[in-house]
Design a protein around this ligand. Sequence first.
Ligand code: GLY
Length: 321
Amino acid sequence: LCAKYNIPTAAYRRFTNADDAKAWVCDKGAPIVVKADGLAAGKGVTVAMTIDEALAAIDDAMTDGKFGDAGDEVVIEEFLEGEEASFFALCDGDTALPLLSAQDHKAAFDGDKGPNTGGMGAYAPAPIMTEFQIDAVMERIILPTIKGMKAEGRPYKGVLFAGLMITSDGPQLIEHNVRFGDPECQVLMTLIRSDILPALIAAHDGVLKTFDLRWRDEVAMSVVMAAQGYPDGYEKGSSINNLDAAEADEDVFVFHAGTDRDAQGQLIATGGRVLNVTGVGASVGEAQAKAYNAIDRIDWPEGFCRRDIGWRAIARETKDA
Ligand code: GLY
């Protein structure tokens, strides 16, 4: 579809055989990206800075079965230089209504170090997505995708998520997801002023053309609190306390991703990514301060979070101040 509709994207090749994939990597060199070509809870992508890392990622997926069937095929993709952003549009089969952009932090640890995760924190809107970039994404990526899907007899209705790299040649498509992102959804839903339901119904009914949505003119940041050990092995069942104190600020919202109540009514962790602590403020810095102040009130020794969500945007804010 991308080739047919001229959608700018990273060059890639799909492999069903590990030796062929390895030969390709050795020929192309690093940095290079290795992706398990199935659903792997956001953990199937390795941005390999060396050939050895890429070869190990191919073994993980294709030989060692780290991602189950999702690793039977791998995609080896060109490494693109730039800044990543997630862009969301609501589609009704014919047209698309831009929602907001966001920036996620996929690596488990501060400084974008450690293994890839489903996402450790996000903020919206992404400062790199200027009006110029948004227009480019709509014109060159979102609308051609919708047009192409329709022309191929599969009109798409729903949320279209474009994972982008903003390069010096403009936005390039890394992947599409047909859903909201996690934790990008949490920041979008915190910023939306309109009721989302009529918009979803309009998408279903094919009448988005005349639709509009209102957003808070602020920044939201959501920081993921995960169980220690995530994205690898982690314990379930630890107690979480003091959420009321965390949510005392009216600009703080805590979304539950992996929690439950035990027989005594105690809140417990039941997943890898457990809470999304979300702050809203006039700037990325303010939203970040609200989110981390709330996190500091939460009593959950078995949890951890990154402490630098939004670092890129905050560096930019500080430079511009
Ligand atoms: N946070 C990335 C995703 O939902 O795919």
